[in-house]
Design a protein around this ligand. Structure first.
Ligand SMILES: Cc1cc2nc3c(=O)[nH]c(=O)nc-3n(C[C@H](O)[C@H](O)[C@H](O)COP(=O)(O)OP(=O)(O)OC[C@H]3O[C@@H](n4cnc5c(N)ncnc54)[C@H](O)[C@@H]3O)c2cc1C
Length: 301
């Protein structure tokens, strides 16, 4: 059912606006409810106008990339969810690659290789976009986005789109200050290395093989929790007896205990209850407070 503000956002002309849109299929965990409004953004220049309109009307908003680090709870998520996956521009200048927020990290690596640039192979297998990668400071295998990012282009509700240097983005382990703002990432600028592409491709295959050997397949959102300093959240959950624990169709992976799988028809509440259980067990057994890495979006029940 359409409401007045949705029509107002539609009139901005930034992309398709869908009312009461299911979100589960737009996340890798495949659980959760519906968005009151979903904007499939395809005109980045109009994004500030969208954000200004939301602010004016008192409509909350959030951004969705590939949905590989988001858990939407069951119910209706109020306000506007803005999907940035269509922003897929790629350009290279010297050793610097500019990529729209919607470019998948694997596509960025492939584009760089075709330009003779290497260095981000560690990110192979992270099923996210540039936007989500910057916001989460995604990382694996000793590499992370902050090793390469020079600047991010941000759109904000003050009506501007501007490049912000990486030192002002507060990137640290699975965190950026963007997690506390309403700004959108519309693009990122990355410095890579001029290197041997054949060697880099071999490394990429090794990275993917390592993932296949150590992480579960199926519907999940990657690591549920951040690793506490010097420790592995997965190992702590495993030592607390979590592997294989089930609630409905949600299961703590038997392959890697920091992953919760949706085996079919899991509900968001089951996934969150399992995560809560793991957090409680680890706190009781090891006096260690686990912090969620996955971003939880609370829908109205
Ligand atoms: C199988 C699997 C393996 C994974 N392995 C890893 C790993 O090794 N390392 C790792 O770090 N992560 C990993 N992840 C988690 C996830 O892929 C990363 O966090 C990724 O960077 C999220 O990108 P996304 O586009 O899916 O973002 P989303 O999940 O869509 O969003 C994540 C956060 O970023 C925000 N966001 C997204 N796009 C924008 C934008 N354009 N502007 C502003 N905010 C935005 C969202 O609001 C949300 O807060 C894994 C996930 C899965 C499913």
């Amino acid at each position: 059912m359409s409401v007045g503000w949705i029509d107002a956002i539609d009139e901005v002309g930034a992309g398709r606006v869908l009312a009461d849109e299911p979100l589960a299929g737009r996340t890798t965990l495949r659980v959760g409810g519906r968005a009151e409004g979903l904007l499939v953004l395809d005109d980045r220049e109009r994004l500030p106008a969208v954000l200004m309109a939301c602010r004016r009307m008192g409509v909350p908003w959030r951004f969705l990339g590939a949905g590989s680090n988001v858990l939407v709870t069951d119910g209706r998520l109020s306000g506007l969810t803005i999907a940035t996956g269509q922003l897929r521009d790629l350009a290279v200048s010297g050793e610097v690659v500019s990529a729209g927020a919607g470019v998948m990290l694997l596509s960025l690596i492939g584009f760089a290789h075709r330009a003779g640039l290497t260095g981000m192979e560690w990110a192979a297998g992270i099923p996210g976009t540039v936007g989500g990668g910057v916001v989460m400071n995604a990382g694996a295998q000793g590499g992370e986005i902050s090793d390469h990012l020079l600047a991010a282009e941000l759109a904000s509700a003050d009506g501007q789109i501007r490049w912000v240097p990486v030192q002002d983005l507060g990137l640290r382990y699975r965190h950026s200050r963007l997690q506390e703002t309403d700004d959108a990432v519309v693009a990122g600028r990355f410095r890579l290395d001029r290197g041997d592409v054949a060697t880099a491709e071999a490394r990429l295959r090794t990275v993917l093989a390592h993932r296949r050997a150590t992480q579960p397949q199926g519907k999940n959102a990657g690591s549920m929790f951040k690793n506490p300093p010097g420790q592995s959240a997965g190992q702590l959950i495993e030592m607390a007896g979590g592997k294989g624990r089930r609630l409905g169709d949600a299961e703590i992976s038997t392959v890697h205990a920091n992953f919760i799988l949706n085996l079919g028809q899991a509900r968001a509440t089951d996934v969150l209850a399992l995560a809560d259980w793991a957090k409680g067990e680890v706190a009781a057994a090891f006096a260690q407070e686990l912090e969620l890495e996955v971003r939880v979006w609370h829908a109205d029940a």
